[in-house]
Design a protein around this ligand. Structure first.
Ligand code: FES
Length: 85
């Protein structure tokens, strides 16, 4: 039988999600996120989520692999931000 949690223990930390554009492919989000549709419908995503950035997925906003078939090309990382004013 597991011990009960000590109420004085700090809550477990959850790492912030990371966002990585893949070369010639989707944007990979690692971590727990909530996808919010234009109509307000939400979908909880855990682990890795692959978001389409080629615009051709039939499962938008998720990647369905179509980027390979259409020969989508894009850099693997976002360009560095220009310094602000
Ligand atoms: S990035 Fe994979 S289908 Fe668009």
């Amino acid at each position: 039988m597991a011990d009960a949690a000590d109420p004085s223990d700090p809550p477990p930390t959850v790492p912030a999600p990371s966002v990585t554009p893949r070369r010639d492919g989707p944007v990979v989000v690692e971590g727990d996120i909530t996808l919010v549709a234009p109509d307000g419908t939400t979908t909880e995503c855990t682990g890795r989520t692959f978001l389409c950035r080629c615009g051709a997925s039939a499962a938008k906003p998720l990647c369905d692999g179509t980027h390979k078939r259409i020969g989508f090309t894009a850099p693997g990382v976002a360009p560095p931000r220009k310094p602000g004013p």
